[in-house]
Design a protein around this ligand. Sequence first.
Ligand code: ADP
Ligand code: MG
Length: 346
Amino acid sequence: MDIRIVNVRKEFDRYPALHGVSLDIHSGELIALLGPSGSGKTTLLRLIAGLERPTEGAIYFGDEDASHLDVQERNVGFVFQSYALFKHMTVADNIGFGLTVRPRATRPPSAEIRKRASDLLDLVQLSGLEKRFPSQLSGGQRQRVALARALAIEPRVLLLDEPFGALDAKVRRELRHWLRELHERTGHTTVFVTHDQEEALELADRVVVMSQGRIEQVGTPDEIYDRPVSPFVFSFIGEACELPVTIAGRRISFDGAPIDIENTAVADGPARLMIRPNGVEVVTARPDAIAGEVVAVRRSGGWRRVELEVGTGKHRIEVELPVDAVAELAGRLHFLPRHWQVFPAG
Ligand code: ADP
Ligand code: MG
């Protein structure tokens, strides 16, 4: 099911939570809405579900204008971070719930509901746990049951709002891989909300980066990571350091001296050079590299984190270097950015 969001604005008591958002979601893709808290992710998801109405704009399911349809008519499956299972119901009854509450005309016979619950338990790899109660499951198992429950109604689209947010890091990573595999097998159109950039980049076919009620960028994980369109995306999607530079044609100068990297994006004048700490290369002293005084060195996993003071402005930046690269350092090092981008200042 393709979903098309066209110029959707949403206000709560005159306060705009979304400003004219447009987005095409392709049938069968897993798309992540990524952004800091308050950026409008949940609001956009609730609008797709039909739990909220747009103040302006429209939402299409396929060719059909779904803006006027209610939640049931849209036939969406939901999983929330805190959408607890029904405590007094078994796992099988929880999964079948959405079918048992259907009007008699569309309700499958109870034997078929039981069969479907058991098939879905196989799918989420919890076979045999039909008779358990939610209190007898781990957090990760409960979220898998919640996903089976969402799938039971054969939704046209699956909407997941930080479904693993309450779980610890290791379980989250396991469920992330598991969800990706499940998605590849079932091929549901899925919209996944997260504020965790690693989760979004690992899981999604495409990532929608949101900030303050607007979409900043839509792209594949590679596009978002390697070619962020704004300083916000650059620093939200991974670690970032920044230096003030001056652009003149293709030349990028820091502290009055041109650096051996080439500008193709930004007009002449002051600009912001953004660098990933793991995207620098140490070079032997030369005038077209950036020089920094080593302020501190820390071990970080297989790398060393080196804090540098750079230029006459003594800008503090942090770079990540191979362990042996730092052994030879004596107070001062020269480096060239390898993973970087320039943006206009201001
Ligand atoms: P996110 O999910 O990215 O954290 P939300 O979509 O929940 O962001 O919220 C976006 C903005 O809209 C926030 O400023 C939030 O306070 C506001 N908001 C969300 N829901 C409501 C509501 N029901 N009433 C008033 N303001 C709301
Ligand atoms: Mg939210």
